[in-house]
Design a protein around this ligand. Structure first.
Ligand code: GDG
Length: 468
């Protein structure tokens, strides 16, 4: 059995004696990928220490081994909070004006990628397949190649890849394009992302298209393809079926009485369109005054990246908006927006999705968006709710039966909320069924298997340029 080596910024180590960590998207996806391989998961421990040890700590948990490094306060500030989250994240989400680039942050990003590569290269065996995750680690393959690693290395980019006119505004864009071509396989969420990156490489790196998504860049061959990520459908459905017994879910439903529920679940991030969505809800109540008191909007928004100033700013903006709207519209017996910033266990989310007549998933931009998929699979087949989905989420490409909206247009979103609330059961069913079927087929297992099958091909493929 060959070994799969997964590399990601954060590693989620399960507690002793436990299988899977119940955390979000990446942990579920990674564990799915390990189901067919012996595994090693390599990355940051999540800890920050002065003078961290350059040798990773090794932890064994059954079939999967974990190798983790600590970061220094400077690494954390420059690599993680700085370049990855203040320069790359906004640019990849088309927010050029929000980007904040500094040379020292970029140097820190390169330094940590080199540290990771040096530590990882020593652990690799000739038969290993290496799968790197996300924008924190774009230069990792290039650093590993520099250490003499010749194994197949794949990369999956969880967030959007913008057009070249956006991406090239990043001062380090040329370096990153050169570096990404050192992967054998580059996976993106959607076909438009694939087109953006491929065009960028062709126009700016003189890449030569070889057909079938393969490109020749600087004498190396790389393949770019879309692999839309899915969710653990079976697990999520089960959780939604059982959720009626959960205390938080029961109390929430009792509190609603006959009111209809709109739900939003997002990390507090400006890409998710939370304040814009609140304005749309406000607009809905303004144009549908008869619905005041009949509808409640619950927004669950765990804080994230609070060390990045733009996120602190967003947190204040949302607090203010909730206060304004509730103050203006609310009554002693009715609060239109119930906003919570705690993270809830997945079974609670599943139960609240099931209870909600409308799922509001309206990011300004999103690589995929798993909440949209979770909302759909959590619905019951006899009385499903309606998904209102931003057309700028990668998920919209697999979920065309949702009510697709432009998140920059609060009036359109308000109309979609109205349409969703009044939608007859037959239409709700007709929209839900095909999406639910697609989610079942294109689940997280399908995603991991497709990527790994493709990566396996690079064991035998000749990577050199074709003979002249
Ligand atoms: C990146 C890309 C892409 C949220 N609140 C709670 C909670 N969550 C879970 C959700 C969902 C996950 O977090 C969020 O996933 P998303 O896909 O919505 O967004 P990102 O975190 O931005 O993820 C995204 C994804 O990578 C995968 O490739 O889809 O486009 O940006 O699973 O349910 N989970 C729990 N409590 C909460 O309060 N337990």
């Amino acid at each position: 059995m060959s070994r799969l080596v997964i590399v990601s910024n954060r590693v989620a180590i399960p507690a002793e004696g436990k299988g899977l960590v119940s955390a979000g998207g990446l942990a579920v996806a990674v564990n799915e990928a390990f189901s067919a391989y012996e595994g090693l998961w390599f990355g940051w421990s999540g800890e920050i220490t002065e003078n961290p040890d350059p040798e990773p700590r090794l932890i064994d948990r059954g079939r999967v081994q974990y190798a983790v490094l600590d970061l220094s306060p400077q690494d954390y500030k420059e690599y993680y909070a700085g370049f990855a989250n203040r320069a790359l994240w906004p640019i990849m989400h088309y927010r050029v004006g929000l980007g904040s680039y500094s040379r020292s942050d970029y140097a820190g990003y390169q330094r940590v990628n080199r540290l990771f590569a040096r530590a990882l290269a020593k652990l690799l065996e000739p038969d290993d397949l290496v799968w790197v995750h996300d924008y924190h680690l774009i230069p990792l393959a290039s650093e590993l190649r520099g250490q003499g690693v010749d194994n197949p290395i794949g990369y999956f980019h969880h967030i959007p890849w913008p057009g070249a006119d956006v991406f090239n505004t990043l001062p380090a864009s040329g370096d990153l394009l050169r570096a990404i071509a050192d992967y054998d396989l580059i996976g993106l969420q959607t076909d438009p992302d694939v087109q953006n990156l491929s065009r960028n490489l062709i126009d700016d790196m003189r890449a030569i298209p070889l057909g079938g998504g393969s490109l020749m860049v600087d004498g190396r061959r790389t393949r770019i393809r879309s692999f839309p990520i899915g969710i653990d459908v079976t697990g999520f459905k089960e959780a939604a079926d059982k959720a009626g017994t959960n205390k938080v879910v029961r109390e929430t439903m009792a509190g609603l009485r006959t009111r209809k529920l709109l739900i939003g679940v997002d990390r507090l991030d400006y890409s998710k369109g939370v304040p814009e969505r609140m304005e749309a809800v406000d607009c809905f109540f303004a144009s549908n005054p008869d619905q005041r008191g009949n509808v409640v909007y619950i927004q669950i928004t765990p804080k994230s990246r609070s060390e990045v100033p733009e996120y602190e700013q967003l947190s204040r903006e949302v607090n203010e908006k909730v206060g304004d709207i509730n103050g203006m519209l609310g009554e002693p017996a009715w609060t239109p927006i119930q906003y919570v910033t705690k993270a809830y266990p997945r079974p609670v989310l599943a139960g609240l999705y099931r209870a909600a007549r409308v799922g509001l998933v309206t990011p300004m931009r999103d690589g995929m968006n798993l909440v949209a998929k979770e909302y759909v699979v959590a619905q019951s087949a006899d009385d499903p709710g309606v998904l209102v989905l931003s057309k700028f989420a990668g998920a919209a490409r697999q979920m065309s039966e949702a009510l697709l909206v432009n998140p920059y247009d609060r009036f359109e979103m308000a109309e979609a909320i109205r349409e969703a609330l009044y939608m007859p059961r037959e239409e709700r069913l007709a929209r839900w069924k095909p999406m639910n079927e697609r989610m079942k087929r294109e689940d997280v297992d399908w995603w991991a298997r497709n990527f790994m099958t493709e990566l396996e091909n690079f064991r035998t493929l000749d990577r050199s340029p074709p003979a002249a």
